[in-house]
Design a protein around this ligand. Structure first.
Ligand SMILES: CC(=O)SCCNC(=O)CCNC(=O)[C@H](O)C(C)(C)COP(=O)(O)OP(=O)(O)OC[C@H]1O[C@@H](n2cnc3c(N)ncnc32)[C@H](O)[C@@H]1OP(=O)(O)O
Ligand SMILES: O=C([O-])CC(=O)C(=O)O
Length: 371
């Protein structure tokens, strides 16, 4: 038996949802650059779940269908109100709430394809309300009901702030959602597929995936990027901070990637958005500091930024609390998880690899009083 640490380079399944080939990311064959410039997030969800772009009437119906499924069951909000909420991370709250959603869905364990498609719409619709509802409840405010004539991106910002969002913010948020929607067999997507390959339900699969995304080596890095920028404080402090981190062999959050060799194709879009948005807010320092960090880490360690690096200053510029960055990643990625879950169900086989045993051999049981 031979093992590959972290399953690096192992091809564990076939998938037609998204691909990374020669450092280029595509969803169902459409280049991410093209989709980021031109597509709404709803169009991308439809594409991921159906394998093709929607026609005009299909998109209208689908967009409305998701918006009409955004209301979160009140008991989930009531439960949040009983948390020791100041000590609850929003990713933990999201993980718990998605698990609870299964309790309020009569079809949770109905496994036919049509029921799974309906559950996918219900789940995708409710994640924004959970994230924004939690953010409001912890600030002593009531959750805000979605507007059925708003887009997904507009509804998220509206439910978060209780104000009609401006076009620049909606466009930036929509682009961020498109960029984060899917990413081949990343850790959280693999987790979702392993879970549902036992023929467990969609809510279990997405709950497991949220748990995997939460970690700092995966989606949890974006929140930590902002913490690092905050700690650095100003452009002239970037170099001493990063050199000290190098000396201490610390990982710089938002850099490196298991698959990309030359760089993450999503980062350039987020870099550009960060530039534009920080100019608008009059806080270019976040962009300038990020550029300086990138210059040092890329030149000296050969590590380019990944999707989590510039998304931090983008979300900060949209006025979003830093611990909501990873839940926003999840709000988008749930579309990819669901696409992979549906694909797994359509041609399922239990995922059960082997472990090479390296523990002690031929042990003999010793009675407790003799140990
Ligand atoms: C959406 C996403 O999930 S994107 C990734 C988000 N995560 C981060 O940004 C966290 C920081 N980055 C990392 O920890 C890694 O680059 C990962 C987790 C993304 C990829 O991990 P792996 O493919 O397992 O690479 P691994 O951690 O083995 O790193 C290989 C080498 O590069 C170094 N390295 C990798 N990333 C970094 C980093 N961000 N800062 C400093 N050094 C790094 C490692 O220390 C290691 O060096 P060594 O060989 O001298 O020990
Ligand atoms: O693919 C990965 O390993 C992590 C990543 O970039 C993502 O999930 O978007």
């Amino acid at each position: 038996m031979s093992t590959t640490r972290g399953l690096e380079g192992i091809v564990a399944t076939q998938s037609s949802v998204s691909s990374i080939i020669d450092d280029q990311l595509t969803y169902q064959g459409y280049d991410i650059d093209d989709l980021t410039e031109n597509a709404s997030f709803e169009e991308v969800i439809y594409l991921l779940w159906n394998g093709r772009l929607p026609k005009e009437d299909e998109l209208k119906t689908f967009t409305r269908d998701i918006a009409e499924n955004m209301e979160v069951p009140q008991p989930i909000f009531d439960y949040m109100k009983n948390y020791d909420i100041e000590n609850v991370h929003p990713m933990a709250a999201l993980r718990t709430a998605v698990s609870q959603l299964g309790l309020y869905d009569d079809e949770a364990d109905v496994m036919d394809e049509a029921a799974n498609q309906r559950k996918a719409v219900r789940l995708q619709g409710k994640v924004p309300g959970i994230v924004t509802g939690f953010a409001r409840i912890r600030n002593g405010k009531e959750p805000i009901a979605p507007k059925t004539d708003y887009s997904f991106a507009a509804n998220f910002l509206y439910m978060l702030n209780g104000e009609e969002p401006d076009e620049i913010s909606i466009d930036a948020f929509n682009k961020a959602l498109v960029l984060h929607a899917d990413h081949e067999l990343n850790a959280s997507t693999f987790t979702a597929r392993v879970c549902v390959a036992t023929l467990s339900d969609i809510y279990s699969g997405v709950t497991a995936a949220i748990g995997a995304l939460k970690g700092p080596l995966h989606g949890g890095a974006n929140e930590r990027v902002m913490a690092m920028l905050n700690e650095i404080g100003s452009v002239d402090q970037v170099e001493p901070y990063i050199r000290k981190a190098f000396d201490n062999k610390e990982k710089i959050m938002g850099f490196g990637h298991r698959v990309y060799q030359q760089g993450d194709p999503r980062a350039k879009h987020l870099r550009e958005m960060s530039h534009k948005l920080t100019e608008i807010t009059g806080e270019s320092k976040w962009y300038d500091m990020s550029m300086k960090v990138e210059e040092l880490v890329t030149n000296e360690k050969g590590l380019p930024p990944n999707v989590d690096f510039y998304s931090a200053s983008v979300y900060h510029s949209l006025g979003i609390d830093h611990d909501l960055f990873t839940p926003i990643f999840a709000t988008s990625r749930v579309s990819g998880w669901l696409a992979h879950i549906l694909e797994q169900y359509a041609d399922n086989r239990l995922i059960r690899p082997r472990a090479e045993y390296v523990g002690p051999d031929k042990q003999k049981f010793i009675p407790i009083e003799e140990r």
